[in-house]
Design a protein around this ligand. Structure first.
Ligand SMILES: [Zn+2]
Ligand SMILES: [Zn+2]
Length: 308
């Protein structure tokens, strides 16, 4: 994988600045696409993917129930699933998070109940015996699940997405730049952070005020904080008024590609972006190049503001 630490650039205030910037960004996007391919082919990534696929996608209703009972929940599974699939166990004294689990069983073709409910109901269907009924959803029962923070054991594999480097001046430069970009920034203490394992979010101030607010979780690694800020700025500039779930992975690819370019321009080591992109881009291998125009113009806009 290409390393990016010694390959930052600076663009002089000349007539050719725009062209130079553009062709540098083009070359960097090529590097990034190559890095993402290398990540996707790696054993480390395949193992991560395999573990992710063992977590269940919960319904909207269950996701809401989980958030209500355990706002900081990130990865959720049942007691036995934690033990059997992930080699972890629920710690003693942990409170279960209750969700609704579907009951799938033989279903009466007429009243759509399970055999025992059908038996005790007024339904008179008797053309076929219950053994021949096909299975279907007959109802829901409460089920207990636990968040990863309530368990201990074998660590879950994580992708190393963190940026590194010297960003002591960059974080203040980015918070200053926010005004020019039309964004409000808040860096929130880790113990007040309410967005789970997200490092940053971009949201609307309130229902009356459409100014984007970027919030980032405070951390010691200033380079990583800077890249999170750039990622969220890109969301604010490109996606603020978009709310299309199907496009989520494309938005993440755009924002992280912008973060990679601007971070690299500022001399940071941003090769971890390839892991983030590999994870989001898994189903849509073409989208980085497809979105080159949007990515490069947003990166250039942020670079121009930082350079002042
Ligand atoms: Zn029936
Ligand atoms: Zn994002």
């Amino acid at each position: 994988m290409a390393t990016t630490s010694d390959s930052s650039a600076s663009f002089e205030e000349t007539d050719t600045r725009k062209d130079e910037m553009h062709s540098t960004i083009e070359a960097w996007i090529d590097d990034l696409v190559g890095d993402v391919d290398a990540v996707q082919a790696s054993d480390e990534f395949q193992e991560w993917l395999d573990v992710q696929s063992r977590f269940h996608d919960y319904s909207h209703r269950n996701t809401l129930l989980i958030k209500l009972q355990c706002p900081e929940a990130t990865k959720v599974a049942g007691f036995n699933t934690w033990r059997n699939e992930f080699d972890r166990h629920v710690q003693e004294g942990e409170q279960a998070i209750w969700i609704w689990a579907p009951i799938i069983t033989k279903q009466c073709p007429e009243c759509e109940n399970s055999p025992s409910y059908h038996e005790n109901s007024d339904c008179e269907y008797d053309e076929t015996p219950p053994e021949e009924w096909s299975k279907g959803l007959v109802g829901f029962k409460p089920a207990a699940v636990f968040d990863v923070s309530q368990t201990e054991g074998e660590p879950l594999p994580e992708l190393e997405t963190e940026a590194t480097g010297d960003a002591e001046d960059l974080v203040p430069a980015l918070t200053d730049a926010a005004d020019d970009l039309g964004v409000t920034v808040r860096i929130v203490d880790a113990d007040e952070w309410a967005h789970g394992d997200a490092k940053g979010v971009c949201k609307q101030r309130d229902i009356h005020d459409f100014t984007p607010i970027v919030e980032a979780k405070a951390r010691t690694n200033q380079a990583d904080l800077a890249v999170t800020l750039i990622h969220e700025f890109a969301h604010a500039l490109l996606h603020f008024d978009v709310d299309d779930k199907a496009e989520r992975s494309k938005r993440e690819v755009e924002a992280e590609a912008v973060a990679y370019i601007v971070g690299r321009y500022c001399g940071l080591e941003t090769s971890g972006s390839a892991f983030y992109l590999a994870a989001w881009q898994y189903d849509e291998p073409e989208s980085i190049q497809d979105r080159f125009g949007r990515i490069s113009s947003t990166a250039e806009e942020i670079i121009d503001v930082i350079d002042g």
